[in-house]
Ligand binder design. Structure first.
Ligand SMILES: Cc1cc2nc3c(=O)[nH]c(=O)nc-3n(C[C@H](O)[C@H](O)[C@H](O)COP(=O)(O)O)c2cc1C
Length: 352
């Protein structure tokens, strides 16, 4: 692989600026490690699961990457901050598992007081102050959050999440093509860290366009759900493959149905429209939505379950191993960057 070098690849020592997102319920040790083996970087989500489940996923990554206990584990860990805030003792346990395992990065998002956890992680990182200190990624969608993340929390990497993103996000977030340049301008005035772009990405040409806009890397979530390594089930993958982009909608229906309420104000989730969303939008009583959701899960049906998906889902037509997804995106991105460079060379030679 011809590497693509950016400030992000230098910071993490990786070959391609393509990151597999932290995805609660979907990104575990197998996905994150395969992405790392392909030259990218991936996150194990601590999500909604137990500490034992999280430990198991970390050890899957450790084994796949043949990492000794005293070496940096070349994956990150994603935390939903509102869940940390809900149960600080569990939060401390999960964070200590991540830090003891010397993970290379931590990803924080969706909380009222993210700064508290940034400080907590830095204070408890045994590598703090060294070049191997854990790198803190913050995902956000507004100028206001960006300023705080740069000036107060001194984030190591910022992920700019556009409205197209699968899973949870700010309901009022702007589309990525507008949001990214807006935030990039502010970040450059503040001398900010590497900025990554997330939301709706599916192809190498999109990756090339974001790098051209000044992104130091890109984050994809939904695309990696369509890999055998994600924790999604085969029926969920089938629904994603069958979906066109108009089925990707922002909604609170699933959080009501499965009772995962507690997200910060203004946050909802983007997933595939199905009977749960239709009932919710029709104003069906929440208890009934919940009962129907639980009943259909018991029966193993697929017409009410949660399948998070970004608006790029209609551009995805294949289940591929995570490594192949990285290679395909990287190769296609390089081709697009090279044709851009060729266009410039030709324009210059025509002028001579
Ligand atoms: C199944 C799924 C779960 C997600 N879980 C999280 C999460 O736990 N924390 C988070 O910050 N973002 C989460 N996200 C959002 C991703 O971090 C990322 O912004 C998004 O996947 C990018 O858009 P895309 O899915 O269109 O590629 C999730 C996304 C998906 C698809």
């Amino acid at each position: 692989m011809i590497p693509i070098q950016t400030s992000l690849t230098q910071l993490l020592g990786i070959q391609t600026p393509i990151i597999a997102a932290a995805m609660a319920g979907a990104s575990g040790g197998a996905l994150a490690s395969q992405v790392a083996l392909a030259g990218g970087f991936g996150f194990v989500s601590a999500g909604y699961d137990s500490a034992d489940f999280f430990k198991k996923e970390i050890s899957i990554a450790r084994n796949a990457l043949h990492t000794a206990e005293d070496q940096t584990l070349r994956v990150g860990v994603g935390f939903l901050v509102w869940l940390l805030e809900k149960s600080p003792s569990k939060a401390e346990e999960l964070i200590s598992i991540a830090l003891e395992n010397r993970v290379q990065a931590v990803w924080l998002s969706f909380g009222e007081d993210i700064g508290r956890w940034v400080r907590y992680i830095r204070e408890h990182d045994p590598r703090a102050g060294s070049k191997d200190a854990v790198k803190i990624f913050i995902q956000l969608s507004t100028v206001q959050e960006l300023k705080v993340a740069i000036t107060e929390w001194k984030a190591d990497v910022i992920v700019v999440q556009g409205n197209e993103a699968g899973g949870h996000g700010l309901k009022s977030s702007l589309p990525l093509l507008t949001l990214f340049p807006l935030l990039a301008n502010v970040a450059s005035q503040l001398n900010g860290p590497p900025l990554l772009a997330a939301g709706g990405l599916a192809t190498g040409s999109q990756v090339a366009s974001l790098l051209t806009l000044g992104a130091s890397g890109v984050v994809l979530g939904t695309r990696f759900l369509l890999s055998p390594e994600s924790l999604y089930t085969d029926p969920h993958r089938k629904s994603l493959l069958a979906a066109d982009s108009s089925l990707s909608v922002r909604t609170m229906a699933f959080d009501y149905a499965r009772n995962t309420l507690g997200w910060p104000k203004g946050v909802d989730g983007r997933g595939l429209r199905n009977d749960t969303v239709d009932d919710y939008e029709r104003g069906v009583d929440v208890n009934t939505v919940r009962e129907r959701f639980a009943e259909s899960a018991r029966k193993g049906e697929n017409n009410r379950s949660v399948v998070w998906a970004g608006s790029g889902v209609g551009l995805m037509s294949e289940i591929l191993p995570a490594k192949d997804i990285i290679t395909e995106l990287h190769t296609e991105c390089l081709q697009h960057l090279q044709s851009g460079a060729q266009l410039i060379a030709e324009s210059q030679s025509n002028r001579l």
